[in-house]
Design a protein around this ligand. Structure first.
Ligand SMILES: [Zn+2]
Length: 450
């Protein structure tokens, strides 16, 4: 097996990323097919099997497979990443969002972090494995898919439903973790093992309509206002889930006292969650995130009522972004929401209509792929522990987790790398971060596959 010239590999990775950034894959409409064909073409030129599958015209997903050189019958590793990006308002950017500029040691463009950098890194890993003759005991599959940013129906979900055999493996790496999280001056690497399930609902209030010049207490707008205020200000009950427990124990293990006890208190005394959170960290953002990892949430976001100022409408509506924890169901969260509305004395005026996606499964907290991540980080970032996390939002990871495949959100970024420009103007990634990402991920692949 040949060694790797890392400087050359990183420079080639930067070139691949710049090429990917120049495909405008803004979703909607996505139009990922040209980028997918480019990925497949790069693989094929080096003798790696690759194809592009379209869920609809223009909605292409590239799937490549590097076959094991020393097969032992072990299932493949899947490297997954989405090709689509969220819209970019060019006028707000210092450098054009679809030009792939390199300025000040950073690669700029929509998707530089989320997540064309990862697609380029996975691509480079497969090329390196091929060129160096890495003795692979299992196949490595690369999937560069369409349509993550609007929910995955035309990308990962479609692949999961129609072509799962082409990507099925022993485990996968994807987005959602790998970044550094700071807790009270201590740094941790994260890997994502679970996501909350979106369980949106519509609240409809009904009342007596009529002329606004003759007010009535039975006003749909007023009923809805009370319901919105109650839901928006009442935290739902705490539930300690397995992913949250593993996360808290991982953090606590590396905290000094008294922080350590405060963190463990989140598990042993969840009835006093707010006091425990205040003791665990004074970072208000982290407190809010932790709170959202401990309970179902129901956040009112869209209101609709009335069409004329002098008419009291008979109905008023609010859409509620509801996210439920692993292990919870639509029925269990509905009971919690109804209890809040009942306590506010408003339940009798409100109807709920639920829009539920399938409940998401988790990935195991421990396993050989997690061991490989830990080994890789010990080499490149010694002393920074690796802990599992649950995302409060969602990614493509759910579609394959729900089919029983362990997916880990693990795109390693070095300590200090800023990722605040995700979905914002001036999105960019440092070349230093790309080098770290490539080397850590290479170590994971080598440990798990060779
Ligand atoms: Zn993403």
């Amino acid at each position: 097996m040949q060694g790797i010239d890392w400087e050359a590999a990183v420079s080639e990775l930067v070139d691949h990323l710049r090429t990917l950034l120049r495909f405008d894959t803004t979703n909607p409409p996505g139009n990922e097919t040209p980028a997918a064909h480019w990925v497949a073409g790069v693989l094929r030129r080096e003798g790696i099997a690759a194809e592009v599958l379209e869920s609809a015209p223009g909605r292409g997903t590239a799937i490549g497979r590097l076959h094991a050189t020393n097969p032992t019958g072990e299932a493949p590793l899947l490297l997954m990443g989405h090709l689509d990006v969220v819209p970019a308002e060019a006028a707000e950017w210092q450098h054009p969002p679809f030009a792939g500029a390199v300025v000040g040691g950073e690669v700029w463009g929509r998707g530089a972090l989320d997540m064309k950098s990862t697609v380029a890194t996975w691509l480079m890993l497969v090329l390196l494995a091929r060129r160096t003759g890495l003795p692979l005991k299992r196949d490595i599959i690369l999937m560069a898919n369409a349509d993550e940013e609007t929910g995955g129906d035309m990308g990962a979900r479609w692949i999961a439903e129609h072509h799962f055999d082409k990507v099925r493996g022993a485990g996968a790496l994807s987005e959602g973790g790998g970044t550094v999280m700071a807790v009270n001056d201590r740094s941790y690497f994260t890997y994502q093992v679970a996501e909350k399930t979106s369980c949106k609902f519509r609240m409809t209030a009904r009342g007596a309509g009529g002329h606004a010049s003759v007010p009535s207490a039975d006003n749909a707008v007023v009923h809805l206002g009370r319901a919105v205020a109650a839901l928006g200000t009442t935290p739902l009950p705490v539930h300690i889930t397995e992913p949250f427990r593993a996360f808290v124990e991982g953090v606590a293990a590396h905290q000094p006292e008294p922080s350590r006890s405060a963190w463990l208190g989140l598990l042993s005394d969840p009835a006093h969650a707010d006091e425990q959170l205040a003791a665990a960290t004074d970072d208000a953002r982290l407190q809010r995130r932790l709170r959202a990892m401990m309970a179902n949430t129901a956040t009112p976001t869209m209101l609709q009522a009335g069409s004329k100022i002098n008419v009291i409408p008979a109905t008023a509506e609010c859409m509620v972004d509801c996210r439920i924890l692993p292990g919870q169901t639509k029925e269990s969260v509905e009971a919690e929401v109804r209890a809040v509305l009942h306590a506010a004395g408003i339940l009798e005026h409100i109807e709920l209509e639920w829009l539920l996606r399938p409940i998401k499964k988790d990935s195991p907290v421990h396993g050989p792929l997690v061991d490989a991540m830990r080994i890789a980080l010990e080499r490149y970032a010694p002393g920074v522990p690796l802990i599992p996390v649950m995302s409060t939002g969602g990614t493509d990871n759910e579609f394959f987790r729900n089919l029983g495949m362990p997916i880990y959100g693990f795109v390693p970024l070095p300590p200090g790398e800023a990722f605040g420009t995700i979905h914002a103007a001036d999105e960019r990634i440092s070349i230093k971060a790309l080098a770290f990402s490539l080397q850590v991920a290479w170590e994971v692949v080598r440990t798990f596959c060779a």
